[in-house]
Design a protein around this ligand. Structure first.
Ligand SMILES: [Zn+2]
Length: 337
C-alpha cells in the first residue's frame, strides 16, 4: 500500500500547469501548484494571506506581493502575485522557481525516508595485502583504489544513518590462501546479514583501448538465505518444509533485488566519462557464496590510460561513491523505481 501511494505522488509531479496570459505575462493559477503537490488551501481572512500546506510543505502567499514564503524561507519573485478570475495567480517564470524548490525538498524527503528502510550494507574492497589485484602502467594498484572507494562509500552511507561493515579497512588480505580470502568475505556478509553486499573492483585488459564499468551479479547461489527474524519479519517457522519454501521465496526475492539495484547503478554510472560495458552474470566466489543481495562493481579498467588517470583523482573516486550511494538509497525507498 505504501508503495502504491508513493507511485501516485510521483505521477502527480507530472501534472502539467496551464498558463493564462495577463499584461503580456504568462500566469499560472496557484492552485495548480497546490494540486501537483497535494496541498490543502486555506485563506486567512484577517490578513488576506493564502496558505497552502500538506506533505511537509507550507507556502504562504498574498495577492499584490512580490515575495512568497516556502517552508519559512522567503523567496523573491520576478512578478507580483495577482488575482485572475478570483484566484491567486503566479507568473510562469516564478512558478518554475517555486516548483524547483518544492521538487528539491521532495527529493530530500525521499532520501530521509530511505534512511529508515536501508539498515546495513557490507562493502568489500577487493584484494588487499599480497593480493594486489591489477596495476596501471603508472603504478596505481587496484587494491588501494578499491579500498579508497569503499571508504568513501562507507562515509556517505554512514552520514545517511546506514550501518556499514567493511570486509577490510587496511591493506591486508583475509587469508594467505586466495580461495579462503574470497570465502571469508562472503562469510562476513552472511554473518552480518546486510540489506546489500557490494564488492568493489577495478578491471584490466590486454587491450589498452578497452575501458568502462561492468556490474556483476550471480543468479546462482550456493546457499540459501537464513530465515532470521529480520529477513521474514516474524518468528522462523519450526517445520522444515515451510522453512525450505520460505528460503526459496527469499532467495528469489534477493535475486530480483540484486538485478534491480544493478540496473539502477548501471543507469547512474552511464553519466561517468567512460563506457557502459553492461550488466553481467558471473559466478564469482564472493557473489555465489553470499546469501544476501550481492553485487560486484568493476568501476573501470586500470589498463586504459584515460581511465586510470581518472581513477587516480580523488574527485573521480568520490563521484563513483556518490553514484552508488545515491542509487542504493533511492532503491530502498522505492524498489520499483
Ligand atoms: Zn579485482
Amino acid at each position: 500500500m505504501q508503495r502504491l501511494l508513493f507511485v501516485c505522488s510521483i505521477i502527480c509531479l507530472f501534472v502539467v500547469a496551464v498558463p493564462v496570459d495577463a499584461d503580456n505575462i504568462s500566469y499560472i493559477i496557484f492552485n495548480q501548484l497546490a494540486q501537483k503537490y497535494d496541498l490543502k488551501y486555506e485563506r486567512d481572512t484577517l490578513t488576506g494571506r493564502e496558505i497552502f500546506s500538506g506533505n511537509g510543505y507550507q507556502i504562504i502567499a498574498s495577492s499584490g506581493m512580490s515575495t512568497i514564503l516556502v517552508n519559512n524561507k522567503l523567496t523573491i519573485l520576478e512578478e507580483t502575485l495577482k488575482p485572475i478570475n478570483g484566484q491567486l495567480a503566479i507568473s510562469k517564470k516564478d512558478f518554475s522557481k517555486i516548483d524547483a524548490i518544492l521538487r528539491e525538498t521532495y527529493t530530500e524527503r525521499r532520501i530521509t525516508k530511505a534512511k529508515g528502510l536501508l539498515k546495513k550494507v557490507v562493502i568489500d574492497p577487493g584484494h588487499g595485502g599480497d593480493f594486489r589485484g591489477c596495476k596501471s602502467k603508472d603504478g596505481l594498484l587496484e587494491k588501494n583504489i578499491n579500498l579508497d572507494i569503499a571508504k568513501r562509500l562507507r562515509n556517505l552511507l554512514e552520514e545517511n544513518g546506514v550501518q556499514v561493515v567493511l570486509t577490510r579497512t587496511t591493506d591486508r588480505s583475509l587469508s594467505s590462501n586466495l580461495n579462503e580470502d574470497l570465502l571469508r568475505r562472503a562469510e562476513i556478509a552472511n554473518r552480518e546479514q546486510p540489506d546489500l553486499f557490494i564488492s568493489v573492483h577495478c578491471n584490466w585488459s590486454n587491450d589498452s583501448s578497452v575501458r568502462g564499468f561492468e556490474i556483476y551479479y550471480s543468479p546462482e547461489k550456493n546457499g540459501f538465505p537464513s530465515l532470521n527474524n529480520r529477513a521474514i519479519g516474524a518468528e522462523s517457522p519450526s517445520d522444515k518444509q515451510t522453512q525450505k519454501a520460505l528460503s526459496h521465496v527469499l532467495r528469489d526475492e534477493y535475486t530480483k533485488k540484486t538485478l534491480e539495484i544493478s540496473q539502477m547503478i548501471k543507469k547512474q554510472f552511464r553519466e561517468l566519462p567512460t563506457d557502459d560495458r553492461g550488466l553481467r552474470k558471473a559466478n564469482f566466489k564472493v557473489l555465489k557464496n553470499t546469501e544476501v543481495p550481492a553485487i560486484l562493481v568493476e568501476v573501470d579498467f586500470l589498463s586504459n590510460k584515460k581511465s586510470s588517470q581518472n581513477l587516480a583523482k580523488d574527485s573521480y573516486r568520490q563521484e563513483i561513491a556518490e553514484k552508488i550511494k545515491q542509487t542504493v538509497l533511492s532503491y530502498y525507498l522505492n524498489p520499483s523505481y
